[in-house]
Design a protein around this ligand. Structure first.
Ligand code: NAP
Ligand code: G3P
Length: 483
């Protein structure tokens, strides 16, 4: 990466099919979380540029929707090819911009190409249905209903920093395949990765104007985008507070929100500790816990707690800590305020007599993996999402108590249950308030064709390829009244 400012790139926004500098004349410096230096600048677009981009999207969308599924699919397949062709460069950008390990960044790019290709195939094989009137009492055989799907118009796709390519494409690909126009607002810290991804889409031949990439701080341009009358659907992934704000502002349009989480690992006394420890360590600490589906609390039966904590301690103390360039598991967090936030949760827990088993060390925005035992319900870390490498252990006497604590959380994204008794696992799974329950595995979104959803403060609506195609289109019923 360039070391001095004059060599740094000022990236353009993609507006109405053209790469342009904003008329605002303002740019935003993007600072690498681990290099701790500016790696480039992105445009701060204006409201007028948003208006023009949305107008262009509505105009281009009509012709885009008129193309056949195969023609739209061909563009997206070329997009996937371009991503793979530029895997190294795009993954390198992801690593520099959000501090994700090189291997995980490459995996993210490949996973995204796979997601795009799967989306094309899924769309090609989604068929409508027909109904005969006499299926209902008194209905006539001469009434034939034909149900098809149509695009919604222009979709606003807003993505978070931690998967700047995959979580953006998981919105853009289905939106485009369903025949929509798209306004893409990447996380500011993730904008350069988003730009690289859209450069690939532009190269793949997406017709001009169908999609625009509007960079700019959500706190400045976000409200204007969300409230814009030209937006027909919003697909948002990010924090719960932002999602709540957004859901109050948008009016009468479909909304899919994928928000925060506080995923529990419920560990029964009969759990296979090898499986349990591996899943918890990987689930809680990969990418420094900066995953919405990270395991963010362990609720363990007291009969096995000492053995589990001892095993977790050993693993935590051996986690690799350092630079994403060495594929360390624990890397600097996205920025200093995030690290301050995590440290405050650790300090609060220790002040309230949690037991420090490992960690509680910090260097700038690098928080060492921290394991806290004997966490109680009066501690913030029992309830608040850290989005960092801190894992609280809560001890309970029964499954009932474990489920009670799990469900007291405002969140309901995923949960893991560890037991060797499948009937017990299913009984607990049915009681846990979450979008997804993993049995004897870590909490995770993938594979991307699975439904992915959060309940309560973790979201609204469902992602996952098939569900995203449905949420970004609507039914159209044509009724033939035969003679
Ligand atoms: P965030 O701060 O909520 O930002 C998410 C996106 O919203 C960013 O593009 C942000 O832009 C934009 N934004 C901010 N204010 C806005 C506003 N008023 N109107 C419209 N957009 C606005 O979340 P993050 O820090 O990027 O990601 C971490 C959070 O996202 C965590 O809570 C994590 O659990 C959650 N997350 C959830 C999932 C899931 O699938 N459930 C996946 C990943 C992350 P700026 O970057 O410019 O502020
Ligand atoms: O936080 C991003 C969320 O989508 C996690 O994805 O695949 O790491 O569980 P994954």
């Amino acid at each position: 990466m360039a070391s001095n400012v004059s060599e740094l790139t000022t990236y353009k926004a993609y507006l109405g099919g053209k790469w342009e500098e904003s008329s605002s004349g303002q740019t935003i410096a993007i600072k690498s979380p681990y290099l701790r230096e500016t790696i480039g600048f992105v445009q701060a677009v204006t409201q007028e540029e948003v208006d023009a981009a949305i107008r262009a999207a509505h105009q281009a969308q009509k012709k885009w929707a008129a193309l056949s599924l195969n023609e739209r699919g061909a563009v997206l397949d070329r997009w996937a090819d371009e991503l793979i062709k530029n895997e190294k460069e795009i993954a390198g950008t992801v690593m520099h911009e959000v501090g994700k390990g090189d291997r995980d960044s490459r995996k993210e790019v490949v996973r995204t190409a796979d997601l795009i290709r799967y989306t094309v195939q899924e769309a090609l094989h989604m068929h409508g249905e027909s109904l005969r009137g006499d299926g209902f009492p008194g209905g006539s055989q001469k009434k034939l209903g034909i149900v098809e799907r149509e695009p919604l118009g222009v979709v606003l796709a807003i993505s978070p920093f931690n998967y700047p390519v995959n979580l953006a494409a998981s919105k853009i690909a289905p939106a485009l395949m369903a025949g929509n126009g798209v306004i893409f607002k990447p996380a500011t810290q993730g904008s350069i990765s988003g730009i690289k991804m859209i450069e690939a889409l532009d190269k793949a031949g997406l017709p001009k104007g169908v999609l625009s990439l509007t960079t700019g701080r959500g706190s400045v341009i976000g409200d204007y985008l969300v409230e814009h009358k030209g937006i027909n659907m919003i697909s948002f992934t990010g924090g719960t507070n932002t999602g709540r704000r957004l859901s109050k502002q948008s009016t009468m349009i479909p909304l899919v929100l994928e928000l925060g989480g506080k995923d529990p690992a419920l560990v029964c006394e009969d759990a296979d500790l090898d499986v349990t420890v591996k899943s918890i360590i990987n689930g809680a600490f990969s990418y420094s816990g900066q995953r919405c589906t990270a395991i963010k609390r362990v609720i363990v039966n007291e009969k096995i707690a000492d053995r589990l904590v001892a095993r977790l301690k050993n693993e935590v103390e051996n986690l690799s800590v350092g630079s994403p360039e060495e594929d360390s598991t624990i890397v600097p967090l996205i920025d200093d305020p995030s690290a301050d936030f995590v440290q405050r949760l650790i300090d609060d827990a220790l002040a309230r007599n949690a037991t420090l088993i490992a960690g509680n060390r910090r260097r700038d925005n690098l928080i060492y993996p921290t394991l806290l035992d004997n966490v109680t319900k009066d501690m913030d870390v029992a309830w608040i999402e850290p989005f960092g490498p801190v894992l609280p252990v809560i001890r309970v006497k029964s499954d009932r108590e474990a489920v009670e604590i799990a469900n007291q959380s405002e969140f309901g994204l995923q949960a893991s249950i560890f037991t060797q008794d499948i009937d017990r696992a299913l009984a607990v799974a049915r009681q846990v308030e979450a979008g997804t329950v993993q049995i004897n595995g870590r909490t995770e979104r993938g594979p991307d064709h699975f439904p992915f959803l959060g309940v309560k403060a973790s979201g609204m609506g469902v992602q996952g390829i098939h569900n995203s195609l449905l949420s970004m289109s609507r039914q159209k019923v044509t009724v033939l009244n035969l003679k």
